[in-house]
Design a protein around this ligand. Sequence first.
Ligand code: GLP
Length: 234
Amino acid sequence: MKLIIVKNAEEVALEAVELVCREIKKNPNLVLGLATGKTMIPFYKELVLAYKNSKIGFSEIKSFNLDEYAGLNENDKKSFRYFMDMNFFNKVNIKKENIHFLNGSSDDIKFECENYEKEIKKSWGIDLQILGIGRDGHIGFNEPGSSFKSRTRKVKLSDITRKDNGDVSKYALTMGLAIIMQAKKIILLANGKHKADAISMAVRGKIDEKVPASILKKHKDATFIIDKAAADKL
Ligand code: GLP
């Protein structure tokens, strides 16, 4: 695992955007795995700016988002789809048909999850997966205790996650850890001292299902881009 420590949240975003731009230039048909959360707001802001400055385009890009709350449809302001539309999709030239999202309001969850994995396979897998990290070390919505073999599925959210994310659904759909690990390249972003414990457990601790992000140490091409505050306990 590679570790890049920068000054602050803004630099985390800039560093990540540089990397995404490089990958898109190498491959304009890139399949991107995307994440939500507060950490991602400056990242999408800079990515939109790079698009506006004609540094990159998304016309041939496909995207797969990591997770979605159960029971919410895409127009719900609390949904991750709404977050993505507002912060990214509506501001760049990605084609609607190239955006993939887990449907949290599907009445056939099993089909929904299996079909999502089929769509990823049909696109020849995720080239670059962007991740955030929860205070408890979760990635996507794979909470502590999730199997390293886990697939895309419905999960119950922990109390910490529900508190951090505001008044949200008790359940969510998420890509599993085994699916995240299949991405060819992974970058994880974190900033702020509230992430220092999670980063230290993931980077310095042993590889353990109690800390979902620790699985990334087994990945061949994973980079953590974090700020000084998040690196405080390393
Ligand atoms: C949510 C998302 C995760 C994200 C995490 C961190 O739980 N499912 O993908 O990494 O929040 O969020 P934040 O960046 O707001 O701290």
